[in-house]
Design a protein around this ligand. Structure first.
Ligand code: SAH
Ligand code: SF4
Length: 364
């Protein structure tokens, strides 16, 4: 059971403060922080510019515990899904956590040259969107800050590749685990942490309005993606129960405020669901909704989930929907489908943690 202080739970400022309280000079906290994220130390013994005595003291008071790798699955398209086993929490509860490593650009030899890492913030999700696998099993718990940042540290260690981009689009609703996710984002962004710029980290939310107000005020150092999926209140109600208490008009206002305050576009995620939100009138409503909003639309082909009553549209419908939005002057991207054979694609996390037939399960 986890009881000692975990240094991965701390931002740089918090670590400086904590070590100062324990009697070290201010620079020691920053030094330890760099050992964690820049030099990737696995234990206190490696922190060779600290005195042996201090290293021993830290080891007796704190842990650097991260996540234990449970399973790794590699897709034929190069996507890798990691399943992690966190230490049991203070209530003794265990849960499995998933992250995904997605190859983006390729070099001349066809080898991946850039990667995006997709992180989870909760084991399960309380939002229960009707199309999403993560909402199907019972919600387990919020991940700690350490469990969120450890996904990155663990994937970097395992794969040996650095990430250029991080998306918080795995299991869970980041705004529903506000404090822990915010801290993790600050650590990823910190120039002495993982040093990822605001445009390199994207947090995706189902659109919890009060939380978004707070997110703007607190100035999380990230870009924002909002899962819209429909600009029609009735359809969105059906897809996302949270729409009832977080309606589209209020969501619009808070997104607009984000674009004004941060001078950044908001990404609208839109899953295409056959005969539900993929018709010409749906494109028209979406375009009308976005008229005065600085935004780009990320179209996502639905990845079917066993037992859920939704299907992906045919490719002709997908292209027609995209072209329709483009004709209406919108910035539209069609997200490539990755990792479907290992259930690592959007919305497939957490449903069943067993490999699908044909998946290549790399030995650990
Ligand atoms: N909870 C947050 C972030 C995690 S979900 C959110 O909802 O935004 C990340 C993205 O995957 C969301 O846009 C979500 O709607 C989408 N998604 C969920 N299930 C999906 C599925 N089966 N196929 C494709 N995308 C899905
Ligand atoms: Fe939760 Fe996002 Fe899935 Fe909705 S789509 S159930 S908010 S993880």
């Amino acid at each position: 059971m986890e009881s000692a202080v975990n240094f991965y739970d701390h931002t740089r400022e918090e670590l400086v403060k904590l070590l100062a309280e324990w009697g070290s000079p201010r620079h020691t906290g920053a030094q330890v922080f760099r050992w964690l994220y820049q030099k990737r130390a696995r234990d206190f013994g490696e922190m060779t510019d600290l005195s042996k005595e201090l290293r021993r003291e830290l080891a007796s008071k704190a842990t650097l515990s991260t996540l234990t790798l449970h399973t790794r699955q590699a897709s034929q398209d190069g996507t890798v899904k990691y399943l992690w086993q966190p230490a049991p929490d203070s209530a003794g509860s265990t849960a499995l956590v998933e992250s995904v490593l997605i190859p983006m650009a390729r070099d001349e030899e066809g080898e991946p040259s850039r990667y995006t890492a997709c992180l989870s913030t909760q084991a399960g999700c309380r939002m229960k969107c009707t199309f999403c696998a993560t909402g199907v099993p019972k919600f387990r718990r919020n991940l700690t800050t350490a469990e969120i940042t450890a996904q990155i540290v663990g994937m970097e260690r395992d794969s040996g590749v650095p990430f250029n981009n991080i998306v918080v689009m795995g299991m869970g609703e980041p705004m529903d685990n506000y404090e822990n996710t915010e801290k993790a984002m600050r650590i990823l962004h910190d120039p002495e942490g993982l040093n990822l710029g605001r445009r390199r980290i994207t947090v995706s939310t189902s659109g919890l309005i009060d939380h978004l107000e707070r997110f703007i005020k607190d100035d999380w150092p990230v870009s924002l993606a909002v899962s819209l999926h429909s600009a029609d209140p009735e359809i969105r109600d059906r897809l996302m129960p949270i729409n009832r208490s977080n309606p589209l008009d209020k969501l619009y206002k808070v997104m607009r405020r984000f674009t004004f305050v941060r001078r950044l576009p908001v990404t609208l995620e839109y899953i295409l669901l056959k005969d539900v939100n993929d018709r010409p009138e749906d494109a028209e409503k979406l375009a009308a909704y976005c008229k005065d909003l600085l935004c780009k639309v990320n179209l996502i082909r639905y990845n079917p989930v066993p037992t859920l009553p939704f299907e992906a549209p045919g490719e002709d419908r997908v292209m027609a929907f995209r072209d329709d939005l483009k004709r209406r002057g919108m910035k539209v991207f069609l997200r490539e489908r990755k990792g479907v054979d290992i259930a690592a694609a959007c919305g497939q996390l957490g449903f069943e943690n067993t490999p699908l037939p044909g998946a290549n399960v790399a030995p650990l």
